[in-house]
Design a protein around this ligand. Structure first.
Ligand code: ASP
Ligand code: MG
Length: 819
C-alpha cells in the first residue's frame, strides 16, 4: 500500500484535480492507495488572512471569506454535474456557513485564540477532502473521507501541535488497516485528547502522510507537489540547479529544516523510523522520476561530490549575547535556551566560540522583539552588573546551509566554501557546523544571498564555471573584444570549462543588460537608449545592484569619468580589466586610491593593454620584479606613429613628407600634432615609472614635443603640414651627425634612476630600437639578469584586434583566479 499526498498547487483548479484523479486511477490499478490532501491552493493563506483581519475588527475579513467561497464554488461547478454537483455543493455550503459564523464571532469579540485559529485553519483540508473524494466517485472509484481528527492525536499547542506518535499509530491502525476503496484523508489537521481541533503547522500534510505510512507499514509515501523533487539549490535562485534523484533521510531533514520548501521538516522522521521510502513527485510532470529519500543512497549512485544540496532561509535575525561574565559560568546557555523554549521561540541556528564570550542565535524576524525583551528580563541582573552586554540584534540577514552526508571526514569542504565566498567579497557573519559534519550553516547579508548560493553551487556542483562580464564602451576595442569572445566561447567551454558570459554593455547613451548573457551576434540591437539611462555611472550602479558572482568590469573607453570609478568597483568586489590609461596615469590621488582599493579588495585589477596594447609589457615587468631581478632601465618606443616616422627618417626620407604620408595612411590622429606632442607616449612611461615604484606625476615626465612651439595652438592642419618642411634639414643633419659617431636617432622613452623622459635620443646603430620597422613598438628591459643582452618585447603596439586580445587575456587571468 502506498500513501499519496497531494499539496495545494496540485489541487489548484478543476483541471489540476482531474490530473490528480488520473494519477490515483493509474495507481489503484497496481496497489492500494491512501490519499492525503492539503487545502486547495491559497486556501490556508486566505483562512489565516480572514482570521487575522477579523481579530482586529477589520470588516474586510468578509471579503476574504467571499473569495474563499467563490474559489471553492467555482471549482465544484467545473468539476461536477447534475445531482453530484448539488450534493457536493450542499455539503461544502454547510462547512462554509460554519466558517462564516466562526469568523464573525472572532470579528465581534476582536479576539483570536490559538484554539480558534486552528479551528478556522482546519476548514481548508476538510473542504478539499470532500471535493477530491466526491470527484473520485464521479470517476467510478469508490472513495470515502477520513477526518484526520480521528487518526492523529496531539497535545493542545493548537496551531503547531506536537504529535503523540504512539496514540496516533493505534488510532490509524484501528481505522485504516482494513478498507475498500480509496480513503481521502484530511492532511494537516489533528485533535487534542479532548477532541479539540489542532493543526500540525504550516505545510503539515506531508507530516500526516508520513505518519500514516509509518503506522500502516506502507511500501512508500509519495509527496506530490509542483516541483520535480529536491534540487541541489532553489532553481528560482540558482539557474543551474539540478534535480537530486536520491538523498538520505538525514539529508532531507537537514535540507528541509534549512529552508527547502519541498518537504515539511517533521515529515522525514516517522518514515525514517519505520524505514519507509519517501518520494517527492511532481503532479504537473508525473513522468519525472522525482527524488527518492531513503536510509542510504544506492551504491551505484554514490556521489563523489561531498555536498548534496544548498538551501537558504531568506530572512533571519541574529541575536548576540556577549560579555566577560559568561566565561566559564555554567548554566548561562541553559537559562538562555530554556526561557526561549518556554516562550516558544524557535532557534534556527546557534554558534558559540570556544572563548565562551558570546553566544549567537538566529531566529525568525517576527520573534526578534519578543526574544530580546524576554532575554533582557531574564538576564537583567547580569546586564546591570555589566557581566553581560546589552543584547545585540542584527537584521536583514540570510542563513545558508550547505548539506551532505559525504561532507563528513572529507577535508577541504569548508576551505572551498569560504574561498569562493571570499573571492566574491561575501562577508560571513556567523558560522555553525555540528560534529556530524552534515551541515555547514552560515549567515550572510540578505543582499548577498543569491550571489552566495550561486557561487557556492557553482563551486561544488558544476564542472563549468561562469564569469560575468560588464563591458563599458562600444568602440573599436569593444567591438573586437565581442568578436573574439563570441568566436572563442565554445572552445573555452570545452577546453577550459569556463563560460564567459557578457551580461552588460554600455556607452554614454545606451545600455544592454541581461544576467543570462547578451546575444553576442546581435549586441547592437540589444543596446537600448532610454531617457533614464544615466551614462556609465548609472550602468555601474545597476551592475552593483545585480550583485552577480564572478563579475568583471571591462573598461574599453578612454574616459576619465569611468576610470574614476575603479576604486568603488574594486571595493564592491568587482574585478576590473581596463584598456583605458586614465586610471593608471591619473593624477596621484586617484592612482593611489585605485591601488588602495586593490589592496583592500578580493577582486583583481589588470591593465596590461595600458602600455603597448597586447604586448606583454606590464606582466613581464611584474615577473622580473617579483622574481627578484633588479631593473636598471627601461627604454622603448611606445607610439606607432612616432615609430613609423623615425624608422622612415633613418632610411633617408624628409620629415614633413613622412608625417604627411603617415597621416594619409591613417597612422596618426586626425591632427598629427596630437601624436607629435608625445603626450600619449609620455603617459605610458608614467605608468611604467609608477610600476617601478616611483612617485611620479604626468608633469614629472620630461617630454620633448616634436611640434615647434610656434606651430601649436589654433593653426589649421594643412598649414601646419606646409610649415613643417622648415625643420626637415634639422632632422637630416641630426642623423648625419649621429652617423659620424656610429649612432642614429629615434624618438624614444627611457626610465633610469627614477627619471622618466621621452624625446629624440641618440642611440648606437646596433640598438634594438634602431632596427624597428613600420609602426612597431618595442620595450627594452635592462636588468641585473638581462644586462649584456637586454630583454626585448617587440610587436604592434596599437589596433583593435591586438588590444582586445590583451584585454581578453587579462579577463582569462582573472577568471582563473576566481574559479
Ligand atoms: N494547508 C496547510 C498549509 O498550507 C498544510 C499543507 O498544505 O500541507 O500550510
Ligand atoms: Mg506543502
Amino acid at each position: 500500500m502506498r500513501i499519496y499526498k497531494f499539496g495545494g498547487t496540485s489541487l489548484g483548479s478543476a483541471s489540476r484535480i482531474k490530473k490528480v484523479a488520473d494519477i490515483i486511477t493509474a495507481a489503484v490499478a497496481e496497489e492500494k492507495i491512501i490519499v492525503v490532501v492539503s487545502a486547495l491552493h491559497r486556501v490556508t493563506d486566505l483562512l489565516l488572512e480572514s482570521a487575522t483581519r477579523a481579530s482586529v475588527g477589520d470588516s474586510s475579513c468578509r471579503a476574504t471569506l467571499d473569495e474563499l467561497d467563490h474559489l471553492h464554488f467555482s471549482i465544484v461547478d467545473e468539476l461536477f454535474i447534475d445531482a453530484h454537483r448539488d450534493d457536493v455543493l450542499s455539503i461544502i455550503r454547510a462547512d462554509l456557513a460554519d466558517l462564516h459564523n466562526i469568523v464573525q464571532g472572532v470579528f465581534l469579540l476582536k479576539e483570536l485564540s490559538e484554539k480558534s485559529l486552528a479551528h478556522i485553519l482546519s476548514f481548508g483540508e476538510r473542504l478539499s477532502a470532500k471535493i477530491v473524494s466526491g470527484y473520485l466517485q464521479v470517476r467510478q472509484l469508490s472513495s470515502f473521507i477520513v477526518d484526520a481528527r480521528e487518526l492523529i492525536v496531539t497535545d493542545n499547542n493548537y496551531p503547531d501541535a506536537r504529535v503523540n506518535a504512539q496514540a496516533s499509530e493505534q488510532q490509524i491502525q484501528k481505522r485504516l488497516t482494513n478498507f475498500d476503496g480509496v480513503p481521502v484523508v484530511t492532511g494537516f489537521i489533528a485533535a487534542a485528547p479532548d477532541g479539540t481541533i489542532t493543526t500540525l503547522g504550516r505545510g503539515g500534510s506531508d507530516y500526516t502522510a508520513s505518519l500514516l505510512g509509518a503506522a500502516l507499514s506502507a511500501s512508500e509515501v509519495w509527496i506530490w507537489s509542483d516541483v520535480d523533487g529536491f534540487f541541489s539549490a532553489d532553481p528560482k535562485r540558482v539557474h543551474d540547479a539540478r534535480i537530486l534523484p536520491y538523498i538520505t533521510y538525514a539529508e532531507a531533514m537537514e535540507l528541509s529544516h534549512a529552508g527547502a520548501k519541498v518537504l515539511h521538516p517533521l515529515a522525514v522522521q516517522p518514515a525514517m523510523k519505520a524505514g519507509i521510502p519517501l518520494l517527492i513527485k511532481n503532479s504537473f510532470n508525473p513522468a519525472a522520476k522525482g527524488t527518492r529519500i531513503e536510509q542510504t543512497t544506492p551504491p551505484e549512485m554514490s556521489r563523489t561530490l561531498p555536498v548534496t544540496g544548498l538551501t537558504s532561509i531568506n530572512s533571519v535575525v541574529l541575536l548576540n549575547m556577549s560579555g566577560s561574565g559568561m566565561v566559564g559560568v555554567p548554566g548561562i546557555a541553559s537559562r538562555l535556551f530554556s526561557c526561549l523554549a518556554q516562550y516558544r521561540i524557535n532557534v534556527i541556528f546557534i554558534s558559540q566560540a570556544s572563548s565562551e564570550q558570546s553566544i549567537t542565535l538566529a531566529i525568525k524576524p517576527s520573534q526578534a522583539a519578543k526574544a530580546k525583551k524576554i532575554l533582557e528580563a531574564i538576564f537583567a541582573r547580569e546586564i546591570e552588573a555589566r557581566q553581560i552586554e546589552p543584547l545585540l540584534i542584527r537584521r536583514n540577514l540570510a542563513m545558508i546551509a550547505v548539506v551532505g552526508n559525504n561532507m563528513s571526514g572529507h577535508p577541504g569542504v569548508s576551505a572551498q566554501l569560504f574561498e569562493t565566498l571570499g573571492k566574491n567579497g561575501i562577508n560571513v557573519i556567523a558560522v555553525a557546523q555540528g560534529a556530524n559534519e552534515m551541515n555547514i550553516s552560515l549567515v550572510v547579508d540578505s543582499n548577498d544571498e543569491d550571489k552566495a548560493l550561486n557561487c557556492i553551487h557553482e563551486s561544488f556542483f558544476l564542472s563549468q564555471r561562469k564569469v560575468h562580464l560588464f563591458i563599458a564602451g562600444t568602440g573599436t576595442i569593444a567591438k573586437s573584444l565581442i568578436g573574439q569572445l563570441s568566436a572563442h566561447r565554445v572552445n573555452l567551454q570545452k577546453d577550459n570549462d569556463l563560460d564567459v558570459v557578457v551580461c552588460g554593455m554600455a556607452n554614454t547613451r545606451a545600455m544592454a543588460l541581461n544576467d543570462c548573457g547578451i546575444d553576442l551576434e546581435h549586441w547592437q540591437e540589444a543596446l537600448v537608449t532610454s531617457a533614464t539611462h544615466q551614462g556609465i555611472e548609472g550602468y555601474i550602479a545597476l551592475i552593483r545592484e545585480m550583485n552577480l558572482h564572478n563579475t568583471i568590469f571591462v573598461d574599453c573607453t578612454a574616459s576619465a569619468v569611468v576610470a574614476a570609478r575603479y576604486p568603488d568597483l574594486l571595493l564592491a568586489n568587482i574585478s576590473v580589466v581596463t584598456a583605458n590609461k586614465l586610471g593608471m596615469a591619473a593624477p596621484w590621488p586617484l592612482y593611489q586610491s585605485i591601488r588602495e582599493a586593490q589592496r583592500k579588495s578580493n577582486a583583481r585589477f589588470l591593465y596590461e593593454t595600458n602600455v603597448g596594447a597586447g604586448l606583454p609589457i606590464i606582466n613581464t615587468l611584474h615577473d622580473l620584479k617579483n622574481s627578484g631581478d633588479k631593473i636598471i632601465s627601461i627604454e622603448g618606443v611606445l607610439s606607432g606613429t612616432l615609430s613609423f616616422i623615425f624608422n622612415e627618417l633613418r632610411k633617408g626620407g624628409k620629415f614633413s613628407e613622412i608625417v604627411r604620408r603617415a597621416q594619409e595612411a591613417g597612422y596618426t590622429e586626425p591632427d598629427p600634432r596630437d601624436d607629435l606632442s608625445g603626450a600619449d607616449f609620455a603617459r605610458k612611461f608614467l605608468i611604467l615609472g609608477r610600476e617601478l615604484g616611483f612617485t611620479l606625476e604626468y608633469s614629472d615626465v620630461v617630454c620633448e614635443s616634436l611640434v615647434p612651439a610656434e606651430y601649436r595652438g589654433e593653426m589649421p592642419v594643412p598649414e601646419f603640414l606646409e610649415r613643417l618642411s622648415t625643420i626637415d634639414t634639422w632632422y637630416a643633419q641630426e642623423i648625419d651627425n649621429a652617423g659620424k659617431e656610429g649612432m642614429t636617432i629615434a624618438y624614444a622613452g627611457e626610465i633610469r634612476d627614477g627619471v622618466a623622459s621621452i624625446g629624440v635620443k641618440r642611440l648606437p646603430l646596433n640598438s634594438p630600437i634602431a632596427g624597428l620597422n613600420g609602426s612597431e613598438n618595442m620595450v627594452v628591459f635592462t636588468t641585473e639578469r638581462y644586462r649584456a643582452t637586454p630583454l626585448v618585447v617587440r610587436g604592434p603596439g596599437a589596433g583593435g584586434e591586438v588590444t582586445a586580445g590583451g584585454v581578453f587575456a587579462d579577463i582569462l587571468r582573472i577568471a582563473s583566479y576566481l574559479v
